[in-house]
Design a binder for this molecule. Structure first.
Ligand code: AMP
Length: 191
């Protein structure tokens, strides 16, 4: 299996690049942010709980996203691999993901970390707030708080994969296609 963790701060382009990766490599996209937004739209108990955190720019509790991912891994057992987008965001989630994949005998192949300058992230998110209905992109304070949480809580996940020799940094500045070409080179050399 080709299992990719697509990593990076809010606004790094994970969603955009995930779409291109799943199309080219025929992988299954698992994006916890998308799953949570779907739950919010459905007004399910998970959605109602998650919204409290998302609107403040905080991470939802680990168990919540771990359960969502576990269910999706079970739902898709015949795919050639997964793109994990926005997950794991804590080292607890990263360890749990390894455990779940161990059962499937299908470990993470590579972690691709999109690297984008701070000012560019803010500009992209403020712009996305104008054209999408994502409530967490509407307020610049919430945007800055999400990037702070990324730096404090999520960055250690990078070290987790570095220790495993799976981390690959990708320059996330430039056009969508330039970034995608860099990603494909790394994926093709990791397969
Ligand atoms: P995203 O679409 O990936 O930017 O996620 C939007 C929001 O959903 C985040 O700011 C978090 O509040 C929540 N979220 C998404 N994925 C996770 C995760 N793996 N762990 C905790 N919270 C998450």
């Amino acid at each position: 299996m080709l299992n990719i963790v697509l990593f990076g701060p809010p606004g790094a382009g994970k969603g955009t690049q995930s779409q291109k990766i799943i199309e080219k490599y025929k992988l299954q996209h698992l994006a916890t942010g998308d799953m949570l937004r779907a739950a919010i739209r459905e007004k399910s108990p998970i959605g109602i709980e998650a919204q409290k955190y998302i609107d403040k720019g905080q991470l939802v509790p680990d168990e919540m996203v771990i359960d969502l991912i576990a269910a999706e891994l079970d739902n898709h057992y015949e795919v050639p691999g997964f793109v994990f987008d926005g997950f794991p965001r804590t080292t607890v989630q990263a360890r749990k993901l390894d455990e779940m994949l161990e059962v499937k005998k299908a470990p993470i192949t590579v972690m691709l970390a999109l690297e984008v300058d701070y000012d560019e992230l803010i500009a992209r998110l403020v712009n996305r707030g104008k054209i999408s209905d994502r409530t967490d992109d509407q307020d610049e304070n919430v945007i800055r708080s999400r990037i702070d949480i990324y730096n404090k809580t999520t960055l250690p996940v990078m070290d987790y994969y570095k220790t495993q020799g799976k981390y690959r940094g990708i320059n996330g500045m430039g056009s969508i296609d330039e970034i995608f070409n860099r990603i494909c080179k790394v994926i093709d050399s990791s397969k």
